[in-house]
Design a protein around this ligand. Sequence first.
Ligand code: GAL
Length: 721
Amino acid sequence: MERKIHVVPVVLFLWVCTCVTASVTYDHKSLIINGKRRILISGSIHYPRSTPQMWPDLIQKAKDGGLDVIQTYVFWNGHEPSPGNYYFQDRYDLVRFVKLVQQAGLYVHLRIGPYVCAEWNFGGFPIWLKYVPGIEFRTDNGPFKAAMQKFTQKIVSLMKSEGLFQSQGGPIIMSQIENEYGPVEWEIGAPGRSYTRWAASMAVALDTGVPWVMCKQQDAPDPVIDTCNAFYCEGFTPNKNYKPKMWTENWTGWYTAFGGATPIRPAEDIAFSVARFIQNRGSFVNYYMYHGGTNFGRTAAGRFIATSYDYDAPLDEYGLPNEPKWTHLRDLHKAIKQCEPSLVAVDPTLTLIANNIEAHVYKTTTSCAAFLANYNTGSSAKVRFGNGVYDVPAWSISILPDCKTEVFNTAKVSALRFERKMTPVIGRFGWLSFNEVPESSGPNDRLTANSLLEQVYVTKDSSDYLWYMTDVNISPNEGFLRNGQSPVLTAMSAGHVLHVFINGQLSGTSYGGLDNPKLTFSDSVKLRAGNNKVSLLSVAVGLPNVGTHFEKWNAGVLGPVTLNGLNEGTRDLSKQKWSYKVGLKGESLSLHTESGSSSVDWVQGSLLAVKQPLTWYKTTFSAPAGNEPLALDMSTMGKGEIWINGQSIGRHWPGYKAGGNCGACNYAGTYTEKKCLTNCGQPSQRWYHVPRAWLRPGGNSLVVFEEWGGNPAGISLVKRT
Ligand code: GAL
């Protein structure tokens, strides 16, 4: 008996060792790739946020910037638009993307989710998932777990069939299951805890041969590694002392919302955050985002996420280096790489040199790397270390890969600051216009109810637009018809935008914002004796992507809808008969396509619609010579959507001006997404990326739907340099 007990551990040990050398494991220091501990620099590039034609260049620039790993989410709703119908083409060609990263000699961190957050429509969930009977998202719920497991398996087996895991010789060194589930679990308690355990074991059972992480998940069950997401992560410790300290999201800036200012994060501060993490035993840092790109089509999440997902990332929306950030971080990475042999070999020692001044030293018998840190926000310091004296600016870290020579300091930026330039290449287009007549209730309405219906329930997100239409009878005896005091229509909506049409005329518009998507329209309306057509065009700006049970959040006119100032006082319209129509006429006619656009009569010249709601515009143009990235300057337009050769480049909303305070920005001191804002008082987004790959040499069609009212004469095509 005793003998047997001794034999088993030896056999197991040998088995573990063979695995270690064939693939990816970890210890408390770092990931171990084919037997070697590694300090890894990673960057997020989300494949559907650029075109496949841009991918090789983005990946190459990431490599030139000193990255080892490309991190991406997997976007379920892009891959499974209806149950069991999978799509892996064009911008969703995940295999091609992963193989391009491999060809460039970089690794991949695949965040399967399949919940991804990411400012992506519905956090990546397909809309049909919401209507699976009995489903409840992201908790211990049978239908949800079945769907999640099926999609996760699908992605893992696709990657396996292409040999893409490192254990198969591929580039994927790590995967992720779920995303920042910890806070949700904390809120919902027991079912959340068992869901976490289930998710981890489901993932691990897929046997990818590479580690799984769960980010912001303190209780990530072994062998899953819990990781940090934040602007700073030096204080983070994984839940077991045999797991490496990894940072899956170091936010390089922040997203822009329509109505919000544009956040930027100083290069000095992000470099500081990375050096601070590495000097404190960190071994994996991912920039979220390294290239943010564009929310094409209707992929941007509610609420109010802008079409640009530039993120102030090291590569800008168009794929050009964002300077000085890109170069400064490249130089940081070089310095860290010089320290790598020491960093992976030993644990650091920490010496307090003075108040807020520290030395972190990784010393082996053959090598030594030091980090000299000054946490003071207001004063630089002369730091005596070894035989030298080093000048360490406020809020900065100097890196000494040989414990003597400073090769990099996070606050000494030598790269040049580049101004973004948008140069017009087509100053004016020749436009045609077509005006949609607002919908109104009629005898043949197919969908009616004696109540106000929730918007997403009706549209199933097939369109941003839902018409709520009703009739209002006004007696000739109404006092307001004589005293000139128009009644006030009040409509409460769960979001996001509401255009009110009375008898075919736009009467007013209201909209919510990022902090509160709800809105109330309340204004006097012109009514006449007899029947009046009240048509409310409710517009959703994407489905929410975050928040506990975000799938249950409503949109649209939920009421009450009232009319005040009648003889009877207030009339509640909420429970009377309402008709519904999903989408715009132009959408059902596919006016954004060449074939569809011939189905209506367009006008031009003096008849061209200007500053009118519900207007479609179209024009054609030739692709400008050269290969600089292109964009449309939409500053004279209100809100709507833009298509190039039938493909949507996203929602435009320059009519929504950026609120907030754009003060001076000092790099020193703790950064938050509210700290360094730009663009206040300007349109939150003025320029809209036109991918070169979507153009042909001549005869390109450009279609704009304007829901609010704008002047297309001001639209120009610009190139970015
Ligand atoms: C994180 C989330 C990301 C992204 C980010 C903000 O919490 O994991 O997916 O939404 O916030 O850009």
